[in-house]
Design a protein around this ligand. Structure first.
Ligand code: UDP
Ligand code: MG
Length: 324
């Protein structure tokens, strides 16, 4: 039987770029069909856009049944869109790609070949993931921040995420099933992809320029996304708190001993108010910082335990589970 590839495209206010995307992906779909005998479908996830994105998606579907869409009741974020996409894959394979053509559609044929060719003789990869190889084009801040993030992330968790990893990734059915079975609501997909295991082939690619529309990621959003990612895959910040606590106890014990001996030998009167209040300030600060870190985890536990849906679907071209 002919295999089916679902191309998942999260869209948030992408009315300017969507027609260009459709145009660019069309010849690639034809090539996959004719050269590889692989049929394809598009699954657009409208992540609560407030521009004409949804109207466009309705039009796309009217023109061609294989252009499916799901529209959220509000903006739930790209991670939620990825989950909705993967949950509604009809195909044997799925690929995640941005609507803004920064993930060049023409790479799909190469990704599919790599995926099915697999390592050595026999067997195949479960997933082909793309990492960015064009860091020079990004600004100084973003480039350094991003490679630092990947380093810290890997150090602090048991994950091993390739520097420059993107969400541009093709995978097979077993891996898709594993990902959608992960129950957490706070989802860091790059971590989840890595956590579920499977055989992944990494390929470099150059991100294209965004031909229209704007990036949705400000520097502030990126920083908070990074914190979220670390907190959802690492307990190291909590361990750090305990270790620093132990070190401070030891230091205070030693300092106390020194003072005790000094008083015994020299009968020194107690002096050093500045030291006293500086120590108080320092310890108070550290305690508050650690309470804050614990609070961050607590807040996440609170969110997970409420079991709120990751997304709510308001409209789709087909029957689907409205809430997840
Ligand atoms: N996106 C989304 N929901 C959001 C933000 C972004 O679905 O809340 C989509 C967006 O429409 C695009 C992709 O995620 O298809 C990547 O977004 P963007 O180009 O803004 O990110 P960047 O390329 O700057 O990292
Ligand atoms: Mg982009």
């Amino acid at each position: 039987m002919q295999k089916l590839l679902t191309i998942i495209v999260p869209c948030f206010n992408e009315q300017e770029v969507l027609p260009l995307f459709l145009e660019a992906v069309e010849p690639v779909r034809n090539e996959l069909e004719t050269k590889h005998g692989l049929s394809t479908e598009l699954l657009f996830i409208d992540d609560g856009s407030v521009d004409g994105t949804l109207e466009l998606l309705r039009e796309f579907h009217e023109k061609d049944e294989s252009n499916r869409y799901i529209s959220f009741s509000k903006n739930f974020g790209k991670e939620a869109a990825i989950l909705a996409g993967l949950k509604n894959v009809k195909g044997d394979y799925a690929v995640l790609m941005d609507a803004d053509l920064q993930h060049p559609p023409k790479l799909l044929t190469q990704m599919y070949s790599e995926l099915t060719a697999g390592p050595g003789s026999g067997g195949s990869y479960d997933s082909v993931a793309m990492y960015r190889d064009d860091r020079k084009r990004e600004g100084f801040f973003r480039r350094h921040f991003s490679s630092m993030f990947f380093k810290i992330m890997n150090k602090m968790s048991k994950l091993n995420i390739v520097n420059g990893a993107t969400d541009f990734r093709m995978m097979n059915r077993p891996m898709i099933n594993a990902i959608v079975s992960m129950p957490e609501t706070n989802r860091f997909s790059k971590g989840i992809f890595n956590w579920v295991g499977f055989n992944t082939k990494w390929l470099p690619f150059e991100t294209g320029e965004r031909p229209a529309g704007k990036s949705k990621w400000s520097s502030g959003k990126l920083i908070s996304y990074s914190f979220d990612a670390i907190l959802s895959f690492s307990e190291v910040p909590l361990k750090l708190c305990s270790w620093l606590g132990i070190i401070f106890c030891l230091v205070s014990f030693i300092v106390g001993l020194v003072h005790f001996v000094k008083t015994l030998i020299f009968g020194d009167p107690v002096a050093g108010f500045p030291t006293l209040y500086l120590m108080m300030l320092l310890l108070g600060g550290i305690i508050l910082l650690f309470l804050g870190i614990m609070g961050q985890y607590l807040a996440r536990i609170y969110l997970e335990i409420k079991q709120r849906p990751v997304y709510i679907i308001k409209e789709s071209n087909e029957e689907t589970n409205l809430i997840k």
